[in-house]
Design a protein around this ligand. Structure first.
Ligand SMILES: [Zn+2]
Length: 437
């Protein structure tokens, strides 16, 4: 749906808004002369080059040249979409968006579900501490999840109610309706309403603003499946939603220096508990381009840290392949390969924070993983093997947009093939020819 907000309204909104207040409420600013300054939230720096002009109602970074008005700031910093930023500024100014009924129809539909999930999340959270649910606290204890983490990640518990009883449905008609829409409950063909999550630890999956999109539920009684996620809804997209993204975003200075991609909920939480507060989980779905694009939008360095098993290795290779199209020269992709049978949750419990930091520090860069993997079953001992290898590397290099990294990968390829001299002669010939022309 396309929203048309009158330009006059946007102008009025901006003239009522003070960009200095908006930005100062989110990051620390200092006044110097006419303007305000701060450490740029869009690139890494030590001295403030991010300036905000009250006169022009504009921000500009002398380091990375980002610039814009209050709306642009909310879009880029809070990752809001255009409509959301207009809504935020309107509500701050007590202004009503014209034709808001039409404009906001879709938004309100989503908002209802966000509110519903927030409500149910609180119910789940309260369940944890109920006496009859002792098994839950016991289970969380065996996983070494502390109270602070339960709070930070709003962990909860869904009770043993399988079928929603009629009197309850009558009493809470709207709530039940929205619970069905958001996938918490489902209606069977016989019109009975069932609880999707029964006796499961509930992990709310939040968007960047902290709104709950859906849940992941882990059985505490070894039922199948071990993990169950919310179904696709208008607010929950399995291929896009990430666990831990909100908590990471909230607990790190912007721009976020690096992100760890892990597989599980407990990986994210245990790492967080051990002061690694920048891990996100891909919710059991396989990694895809949308996720990589989203993450490279937030950070310049992605480190994959999948489980130490064959599936984890395969996921690493898949991540490499689908990330290629996003490897600009300022983007870095690295890999941590854990010992067999370990995952981030188990290894950091065994080794502790410091040793895990070492693993991060020593993560293998994409280029190294690439060559090691392709040369694993290829000794380059004859022209055919060399050709095969060259084609494989060439196909990969072609997909990368970063020119400098491309250059060095090519150089690496030539070195591995042991043909540096031939290539040099070729390059020289080209240059000479050009000069002649
Ligand atoms: Zn900047």
């Amino acid at each position: 749906m396309l929203y048309k907000i009158p330009k006059s309204f946007i102008n009025e909104l901006l003239s009522n808004t003070n960009i200095v207040d908006i930005i100062s409420s989110k990051i620390k600013t200092i006044k110097r002369g006419k303007n305000y300054y701060s450490i740029c939230p869009f690139h890494n720096e030590k001295t403030p080059s991010f300036s905000i002009s009250f006169e022009k109602q504009f921000y500009y970074c002398f380091g990375c040249h980002v610039h814009g008005n209050a709306i642009d700031f909310l879009i880029n910093y809070e990752k809001m979409n255009f409509l959301e930023s207009i809504k935020e500024l309107s509500s701050l100014n007590g202004m009503k968006i014209p034709n808001s009924k039409i404009i906001n129809k879709k938004y309100y539909k989503k908002k209802k579900l966000y509110d519903t999930l927030k409500k149910i999340s609180l119910i789940y959270k309260n369940n944890i501490y109920k006496k009859k649910n002792k098994n839950v606290t016991k289970y969380l204890k065996t996983r070494k999840i502390n109270k602070k983490s339960i709070e930070t990640f709003s962990i909860g518990y869904s009770n043993n109610l399988k079928i929603i009883k009629n009197y309850y449905i009558k009493k809470n008609k709207k709530f039940i309706k929205n619970l069905i829409k958001s996938g918490i409950l489902y209606k069977n063909t016989n019109n009975t309403i069932y609880n999707r999550f029964v006796e499961r630890i509930m992990f709310p999956i939040k968007n960047l603003k902290g709104e709950i999109n859906g849940f992941g539920g882990r059985t505490i009684f070894n039922k199948v499946p071990k993990y169950l996620n919310s179904p696709e809804t208008i607010i929950f997209k399995k291929k896009e939603n990430l666990y831990g993204l909100f908590e990471t975003y909230k607990n790190n200075r912007k721009p976020i220096k690096k992100l760890l991609i892990v597989e599980g909920y407990f990986d994210v939480i245990t790492l967080f508990q051990n002061k690694i507060k920048y891990a996100i989980s891909i919710l059991g779905t396989s990694i895809n381009e949308k996720i990589i694009k989203k993450l490279f939008n937030i950070t310049n360095t992605i480190i994959c840290c999948y489980d130490g098993d064959d599936a984890g290795k395969k996921a690493s290779w898949k991540t490499l392949k689908i990330s290629l199209a996003y490897i600009e020269d300022n983007k870095i992709l690295k890999f941590i390969f854990l010992p067999k049978g370990e995952d981030p949750d188990s290894i950091i419990k065994k080794e502790g924070h410091k040793k895990f930091l070492l693993r991060i520090k020593n993560a293998i860069p994409m280029s190294k993983f690439l060559f090691t993997k392709l040369l694993k079953n290829n000794k380059l001992s004859n022209p055919e093997e060399k050709t095969k290898f060259s084609i494989q590397v060439k196909n990969i290099i072609e997909k990368i947009p970063g020119k400098i990294i491309k250059f060095f990968l090519k150089k690496n390829l030539i070195k591995k093939l042991g043909i540096s001299k031939v290539k040099n002669i070729k390059l020289q010939n080209k240059k000479k020819k050009k000069k002649k022309i």
